[in-house]
Design a protein around this ligand. Structure first.
Ligand code: NCD
Length: 320
């Protein structure tokens, strides 16, 4: 199984199975998710547990480092009354004894109702879906980052954050700044934005790490332009930064970001409705002196949205 095999059947079966790519979503399903995420946000902030996952287990199968994604899925699961199975990495499981990917996956699928899956190989999530299907298991899979390809739950929490800050998604003007080649959050975010009308995307690219042209061509509803860093800040409502994906860069390729937001530059261009976003981790793209500006979302709004959106997704795909 790979990406091209799944589009329609999964869309039709929406919220009844895996979350593999933003391609599965349309505007209606995103909006439906946000209604539930809004209620779950209240529950989370009010410390009210619910019982959607009582008697169920979520396996956190992470083969790449993670802080926010792992911990927010963990918090979302326990908030819904579910149990967590943390996978402590390949070296602590029977992977280290040479167990095959399929055998290991099927075992996890037997013990858990959902597997949250992060892997450096972009195709591994599709192989995992195929292994579960082959074994006749109904275990749900959620893509928590597949190599440099996608990170759909991050895109959903990013859109939810913009919505919570009362910026309309239709007609949004957003600047994407940094590594647009291997930044999986960028790829999923673009697919998500393509579900809305008249979205203008300004690309501010690190040389050598540009958004692949073919990728942009798959999203004809988006209007793309390119400009300089400061011109992009001056002309966009949302500034979305991302770090250079050093671990995915080709040898000899530039690995630092050219774009660093200082407090001075932020104050020069930010209006009261500007949003300064970053999926984190940041490694120099945004100076900590910017953090106190009310326009920032990366230290509170986005991480909190992450729990709410993941609660909504987990409850929906585990629903009756
Ligand atoms: C991102 C990721 O893992 O893709 N982090 C996250 O999940 N919030 C971004 C990154 O690592 O640069």
């Amino acid at each position: 199984m790979n990406r091209s095999d799944l589009a329609l059947p999964i869309k039709e079966n929406f919220f009844r199975k895996h979350i593999l790519t933003m391609d599965q979503f349309d505007r209606l399903s995103i909006e439906r998710l946000f209604v539930i995420a809004t209620a779950q946000l209240e529950n989370f902030l009010g410390h009210r547990a619910s019982n959607h996952l009582v008697g169920k287990a979520v396996n956190l199968y992470f083969r790449e480092p993670s802080t926010r994604t792992l911990l927010s899925f963990q918090r979302a699961t326990t908030q819904l009354g579910g149990a967590i199975q943390i996978d402590f990495g390949a070296e602590h499981s029977s992977d280290a004894k040479g167990e095959s990917f399929d055998d290991g996956l099927v075992m996890r699928g037997l013990y858990a109702d959902t597997i949250v899956f992060r892997h450096h190989d972009p195709n591994a999530i599709y192989l995992a879906a195929a292994a579960l299907a082959q074994a006749g298991l109904e275990t749900r899979l959620i893509n928590a980052g597949n190599g440099g390809d996608e990170h759909p739950t991050q895109a959903l929490l990013d859109l939810f954050t913009i919505r919570r800050r009362r910026l309309p998604l239709g007609g949004l003007k957003i600047a994407l700044i940094g590594d647009l080649k291997a930044g999986r959050t960028i790829h999923s975010l673009l697919r998500a934005l393509a579900c809305y009308d008249n979205v203008e995307v300004t690309l501010v690219e690190v040389p050598g790490l540009e958004l692949p042209v073919e990728f942009g061509q798959t999203l004809p509803t988006l209007e793309f332009r390119q400009t300089t860093f400061e011109e992009a800040l001056a002309s966009n409502q949302v500034w979305y930064f991302t770090r250079t994906q050093k671990e995915r860069a080709e040898v000899g390729c530039q690995v630092g970001s050219d774009f660093r937001l200082t407090r001075e530059v932020a104050e020069k261009h930010a209006g009261p409705k500007t949003l300064i976003m970053h999926p984190l981790p940041r490694v120099g793209e945004i100076d900590p002196a910017v953090d106190a500006m009310p326009q920032t979302t990366y230290l509170w709004d986005q991480p909190v949205s992450g729990v709410a959106v993941r609660m909504a997704l987990l409850s929906l795909i585990n629903g009756e």
